[in-house]
Design a protein around this ligand. Structure first.
Ligand code: FPP
Length: 273
């Protein structure tokens, strides 16, 4: 046991040392998927997967801080998750409440700010109260931001922003020509939060499932088959290493000077002539 632990620690340190400290993503978004499958594979109720998922999230927050990533946004409950069996929905709601009550003072001590993103209105008052208290308690914290998306849906968020803008426009507060990305951003639930540079999705599904549809426009996407409860420090560091190997062009081309563009363009012409 000791041996395998120290092997993992060594692997972590090696991977961490290989990272380019100048290119750590400031904001990482995560779709924490696979809790249910993890539990079922072990012959356990799905709730065990969600419980294990919480400890993995705590670990990932710790490592994010260690490597100086500044913001983590996690998808904890989507607008579609209400269609799960009532027992599971109730379990998740109780879990959010229990975890918040237990962890909030620790998060605050570590100067972590916690924000909740989504339509919180359908949740029980007891959960809304602890959410409100947690946001208020931590709102001045500067060390790290944890955004928890609860009853969140990207399309719903975009529609809400569009309606707000339409109302402002029809009442004459803004002109249609004022509508640009900056204004649109300011009406989103993530107003003030920089877009994620990296999206991680666990459990191998290759979709974004209505998560941060606007904000992920240029994010790098990393998908791993590892189920969320098995997502370790090594897996997280691997995702960041992979991100650092990407060439982010934002719709442009690899940074070639005009001269080298001309050179390669004309040499390819002469080859084909
Ligand atoms: C997806 O796995 C996971 C969820 C729907 C819940 C994630 C919630 C946590 C990890 C708790 C976070 C707690 C706080 C307070 C932020 P799944 O159930 O969809 O798994 P499956 O795809 O294998 O069925």
């Amino acid at each position: 046991m000791r041996l395998s632990n120290s092997k993992t620690e060594k692997e972590n340190t090696n991977l961490a040392n290989e990272l380019d400290k100048e290119r750590i993503p400031e904001h990482i978004a995560i779709i924490m998927d696979g809790n249910g499958r993890w539990a079922i594979k072990k012959g356990l109720p799905r709730s065990f997967g969600h419980n294990k998922g919480v400890s993995v999230l705590k670990e990932i927050i710790k490592i994010s801080k260690k490597i100086h990533c500044k913001v983590l946004t996690v998808y904890a409950f989507s607008t579609e998750n209400w269609s799960r069996p009532e027992k599971e929905v109730d379990f998740l709601i109780n879990l959010f409440e229990k975890v918040l009550k237990k962890e909030i003072s620790k998060l605050h001590q570590e100067s972590i700010r916690i924000n909740f993103i989504g339509d919180l209105s359908p949740f029980p008052e007891s959960l809304k109260l602890i959410i409100n208290n947690s946001e208020n308690l931590t709102k001045e914290n500067k060390n790290f931001i944890l955004n928890v998306c609860l009853n969140y849906g990207g399309r719903q968020e975009i529609l809400k922003a569009t309606k707000k803008i339409a109302i402002k426009s029809s009442s004459g507060k803004i002109k249609p020509s004022d509508i640009d990305e900056k204004l649109f951003n300011s009406e989103l639930l993530t107003n003030g939060i920089k877009d994620p540079e990296l999206l991680i999705r666990t459990s191998g599904e290759k979709r974004i499932s209505n998560f941060l549809l606007w904000q992920l426009a240029y994010s790098e996407i990393y998908i791993t088959d590892v189920l969320w409860p098995d997502f370790t420090e090594v897996e997280f560091l691997k995702a960041i290493k992979d991100y650092q190997s990407r060439n982010r062009r934002f719709g442009g081309i690899e940074s070639l000077s005009n001269e080298s563009f001309k050179d390669s363009y004309f040499s390819s012409l002469s080859k084909n002539d």
